[in-house]
Design a protein around this ligand. Sequence first.
Ligand code: NDP
Length: 246
Amino acid sequence: SQSLKDKVALVTGGSRGIGAAIAKRLATDGASVAITYSKGADAAASVVSAIEKAGGKAIAIQADAANAEAVKASVEKTVATFGGIDVLVNNAGTAIPKKFEDTTLEEMDYMFAINVRGTLAATQAALKHMKSGGRIIMIGSCVGERTLTPGLVAYSATKGAVKMFTQGLTREVGARGITVNNVQPGPIDTDLNPAAGDWAVPQIAVTALNRYGHVDEVAALVAFVASPESSYITGANLTVDGGTNA
Ligand code: NDP
């Protein structure tokens, strides 16, 4: 389908993992896509070339989510290149799994800077340009609502903040015809959370489907939320977690 024909999307952290899958899927649906990354220029370039090979339009922008000026500049660059911004996907995020009492304040600051502050900064910059029909989409986490395994205490707090940011913002931008939603993945096989290894065992155990999810399974939900068909959904926390939170 070409449900996003003539639309422009910015996906933060789009060079690998869930963000790369979202960028490719939105391009398949017809959007021109900008992605940001922090370190992986080669990975970002390969996402762009995959989209271009498939006949789409894409650019990669280096912008550390912890640097609000760089985040703002990435939004401006997207608008300057493609003529606007219709969809913002706040995907850039990270986790440092360890016991709360062993987590340093520096590690907590780092997670909050990327997962929360970066999301707020990108959203503020995008709202300057977004018109009616716009879509703000967060990539939160199923642990932003419920936590079933230890080791993710501070990370869960960042995703809980993303959840309430989503719900709060709907009240300020709804009258402009802009929706705000929070897509909450469960365990998804990426560099951040590989499906193989000791750390995966308890996560698989708490799913109902008894497996990790694939990045494309998250991208499919994001594509629906980004599309015009989702027009009456806002302020929703949409979980794609194989039944983890069931
Ligand atoms: P990955 O670590 O596999 O990929 C992260 C992506 O974000 C990369 O493209 C990376 O680019 C980019 N990125 C990382 N740090 C920054 C930064 N400071 N500024 C800009 N870009 C950055 O992560 P996932 O794909 O697994 O996770 C994506 C999102 O999904 C995160 O918000 C995560 O919290 C969330 N999530 C993931 C789950 C999972 O099980 N995988 C479960 C629930 C939520 P670069 O290499 O250049 O840094």
